[in-house]
Design a protein around this ligand. Structure first.
Ligand code: 1HN
Length: 381
């Protein structure tokens, strides 16, 4: 607590109604508050109870090409191993004081693994996922189950699961990691443990399907003996071929006019836990959005923050007062209650469909669980 916060100067600067004229007696009262580590509400209420969310984070975009170049340099200069654990380079929101936080609740990083490299085994209470924009050849070993990672795959991993990564390919590989690190930092309830220094030979194979996929990856079917046992999703890999087909099917159904609930030119799917249809992780929601060529989305804002990555295509994104063109791999953050709108603008280098494909993750499960979830859409369509 600083003197500034409790001094009469600060009080006079506020709009607090019906304040007495400053006197020596009043100044003495405020010195008394400060000495006893007390803060009167009437000097603070505007900041403590704003009329609507005012995020400390700001909208920002990071260009994938720049991240990839720096990650590759790190790959050649900085080893990965015990202690540092991961060659992960976090997005630091420009208004969060240099902390490695994309938003007040979410961590997002590019992770880079050189050919033949291992990232050692550990576990932590933080919930995590990987999303792959390019490359293949890495598998992640979660609870001794080797899970291949390929472009477009989404790999959630609930807290307290052992995990390590290995790059079996002849080329470096990059992907993004999302974790609830900033949120858990605030809870002061985190735990972390080192695992084995090396994974076993049996884990150094790349099966076409992981054990997790064989148990949980058959649509609409759950192994009876395993129901109701995991806090997050037991399915460790959501394959691109399924996501892509679901999006394509939605867009086609909408274009055919046979389903009036679908949004025009905008397909959206949520990654869900096959045991209960809930979010994949207790604190993180993950979705995939496809905006058809030339389509746009109405400005929309919600409580809680999101990070997006462009998977394919190009477009224009507006968040609050800021606007950027985005292309494959670029990441941007949408702070709480800042309106977001997106326009798909195909460029010559984009894939045939000209659609803008966006991977999104957010802290929505936290806000929904606490009854703090609110959404507003500007109806311009
Ligand atoms: C972690 O375990 C991973 O397993 C990525 O790939 C990023 C950031 C902080 C702490 C642990 C991973 C992480 C992390």
């Amino acid at each position: 607590m600083t003197a500034e916060l409790t001094s009469p100067v600060r009080l006079r600067a506020t709009d607090a109604p019906d304040q007495p004229a400053p006197t020596e007696e009043l100044a003495d009262l405020y010195r008394g508050f400060e000495k006893e580590l007390l803060v009167p509400l009437w000097t603070e209420i505007g900041d403590l109870m704003p009329p609507h969310p005012r995020s400390k984070a700001m909208p920002h975009r990071w260009e994938w090409r720049t991240l990839l170049t720096l990650a590759d340099r790190a790959g050649h200069l900085v080893p990965v191993g015990r202690g540092g654990e991961r060659r992960a380079i976090a997005l630091a929101n420009p208004s969060l004081g240099g902390k490695p936080y994309a938003s007040p609740t979410l961590w997002a990083a590019i992770q880079y693994l050189m050919p033949g490299e291992d990232a050692p085994e550990h576990r932590h209470t933080q919930n995590a996922f990987r999303f792959v924009v390019e490359g293949e050849g890495v598998w992640t070993v979660v609870g001794r189950d080797p899970v291949p990672m390929r472009r477009g795959d989404f790999l959630p991993q609930a807290g307290w699961n052992w995990h390590a990564h290995h790059n079996a390919a002849s080329r470096p590989m990059a992907w993004i990691d999302g974790l609830d690190i900033p949120f858990q930092y605030g809870t002061e309830a985190q735990f972390f443990e080192f695992g084995r220094d090396a994974i076993s030979d049996e884990e150094r194979v790349t099966p076409e399907r992981s054990r997790s996929e064989r148990l949980w990856g058959n649509p609409g079917l759950a192994p009876v003996s395993r129901l109701g046992r995991t806090p997050g999703t037991p399915l460790l890999r959501y394959r691109w071929e399924h996501t892509d087909r679901a999006l394509q099917d939605q867009l086609e159904l909408e274009a055919q006019g046979v389903d009036a609930t679908l949004e025009r030119g905008h397909a959206a799917v949520r990654f869900t836990n096959p045991t209960n249809g809930a979010d994949v992780l207790p604190t993180i929601r993950a979705e995939f959005h496809r905006i058809a060529r030339g389509a746009d989305t109405a400005p929309r804002r919600e409580t809680g923050s999101s990070v997006y990555q462009v998977f394919d295509g190009s477009g224009r994104v507006t968040v609050g007062d800021l606007s950027w063109t985005v292309t494959r791999g670029d990441l941007f953050v949408v702070p709480s209650w800042q309106p977001l709108s997106v326009t798909s603008e195909a460029s010559a280098s984009d894939s045939d469909s000209g659609a803008l494909d966006l991977f999104r993750f957010s802290d929505a499960p936290i806000f929904e669980a606490l009854n703090l979830s609110r959404t507003e859409t500007e109806e311009t369509h």
